[in-house]
Design a protein around this ligand. Structure first.
Ligand SMILES: Cc1cc2nc3c(=O)[nH]c(=O)nc-3n(C[C@H](O)[C@H](O)[C@H](O)COP(=O)(O)OP(=O)(O)OC[C@H]3O[C@@H](n4cnc5c(N)ncnc54)[C@H](O)[C@@H]3O)c2cc1C
Length: 384
């Protein structure tokens, strides 16, 4: 005998948990399904920025010299595996197609109302979730640190593009930056301080706090394998630890694993998976007590449970999910070194690196090549 619900939400990352909470608010009887606890995958391994400023998506470069540097794998912010090229080429082509100024502008206009609400949406959930959630979120903005005058000028130019979207930021000289964060290295010549973007010291725990709110309010959160989602004449069913669940509607919020379900159902969604890395660094002095910061494509967040986390966010290593190096990648920053000869430089806030091994990890995220059209809707809170 199957249990019934109004909606099955597959995946208890930040997207699935938020969807479940909002459906619950609209009086739906929701069952949330995951193969493990809430927020233990991508929603754990990210930089924890609630990116109010992220209105303009990362786009495929249009300048030949920059494209060539990516093609040669000479970039810090993205790398690819040559063996993956045949598979990702069509996706890259669409990504490139969608990088015209008009299409980027269209994407930004579509994203703007979502990003304008992201902080208020989190604040509402944090208030409802209470103590733990409150302690995990810091409202001091994050810093985009620049090492050269040239990169600072570019960052200022990019920040100005956000003026029309109401993004709150300040341009800081090196001296102003060090007044705010005394431990920032002299190598940093200036920064953009995105004042209106809060950060979480532990995004995985924040997701768990939201999931607890969902169950506290009567939602059911069960273990199960989303790949066992099956279509019924009346809706959907999935097998959980407590037996079969049937519902009229289903939401797929499986992050980088969503295609495993969509493919079976005959959807070919234009998404690819990127991989990021993070490692844990010990903080020096009061470094880490303040704002999150980024320098040279790497992001660091204020110290969480295990010291400062350095997130190398935009390493679009592909293939990601199935790559054999997944487990090797868990050994300190060696995975990073393997892809690029230079080690990450977390000296925006100097800290001592712990010995290799142990507490670092990698997580995958999804990236889409351009505006999504069609009847199916796939939610990603990081809409790049
Ligand atoms: C390195 C890095 C840094 C990032 N930094 C930021 C940032 O600063 N700010 C920001 O907004 N975004 C950031 N992102 C993106 C952000 O982390 C993701 O967009 C977000 O976490 C995606 O959440 P999700 O719920 O879609 O996916 P996930 O958190 O991955 O959730 C998917 C869930 O599906 C479950 N699942 C998978 N397969 C099955 C199955 N077969 N059966 C049942 N359950 C299954 C998993 O266990 C998981 O809980 C970053 C991403 C990366 C990789």
């Amino acid at each position: 005998m199957s249990a019934r619900a109004d909606v099955i939400v597959l995946g208890a990352g930040i997207v699935g948990v938020s969807v479940a909470l909002h459906l619950q608010k609209r009086d739906r009887d929701v069952v949330l399904i995951d193969r493990q606890g809430a927020g233990e995958e991508t929603s754990y391994g990210n930089a924890g920025l609630i990116q109010r400023e992220a209105v303009i998506p990362y786009t495929f470069p249009r300048e030949l010299s920059v494209i060539l540097s990516y093609a040669m794998n000479h970039r810090r912010d993205a790398v690819y595996h040559l063996s993956a090229l045949p598979r990702i080429a069509p996706w890259l082509f669409r990504y490139w197609q969608n990088a015209t100024p008009e299409r980027v502008e269209r994407s930004a206009r579509a994203l703007a109302p979502l990003m304008a609400q992201c902080v208020d949406e989190h604040e509402a959930l944090i208030t409802e979730a209470g103590g733990t959630a409150q302690s995990l979120v810091h409202r001091r903005g994050w810093l985009n640190c620049c090492r050269t005058e040239k990169s600072l000028r570019k960052a200022i130019e990019q920040a100005h593009l956000l003026d029309k979207y109401g993004v709150d930021y300040a341009v800081l000289t090196g001296a102003q930056l060090r007044q705010l964060e005394p431990h920032v290295s002299e190598a940093i010549v200036g920064a953009i301080h995105f004042r209106g973007s809060p950060t979480s010291s532990d995004p995985g725990m924040l997701t768990k706090a939201y999931a607890d709110l969902f169950t506290h309010k009567g939602g059911r959160f069960l273990k199960g394998d989303a790949r066992r989602l099956a279509a019924l004449p009346s809706g959907w069913s999935v097998v959980s630890e407590k037996g079969s669940i049937e519902a009229r509607e289903a939401v797929v919020a499986l992050g980088p694993w969503s295609d495993l379900v969509f493919e079976k159902l005959g959807y070919a969604l234009p998404f690819a998976v990127k991989r990021g890395y993070h490692l844990h660094l010990a903080a020096r002095g009061n470094a880490g007590s303040g704002r999150a910061g980024a320098a040279a494509g790497a992001r660091a967040v204020p110290a969480g449970r295990a010291g400062r986390r350095q997130t190398l966010e935009r390493r679009a290593a592909m293939p990601a999910r199935h790559a054999a190096c997944d487990r090797q990648g868990a050994a300190s920053c060696r995975a990073v070194v393997r892809f690029r000869p230079s080690a990450p430089r977390p000296d925006a806030w100097p800290g001592d690196r712990p010995p290799a091994g142990g507490d670092d990890d990698r997580r995958d995220a999804v990236r889409r090549p351009g505006p999504f059209r069609g009847r199916a809707l796939w939610l990603s809170i990081f809409a790049d």
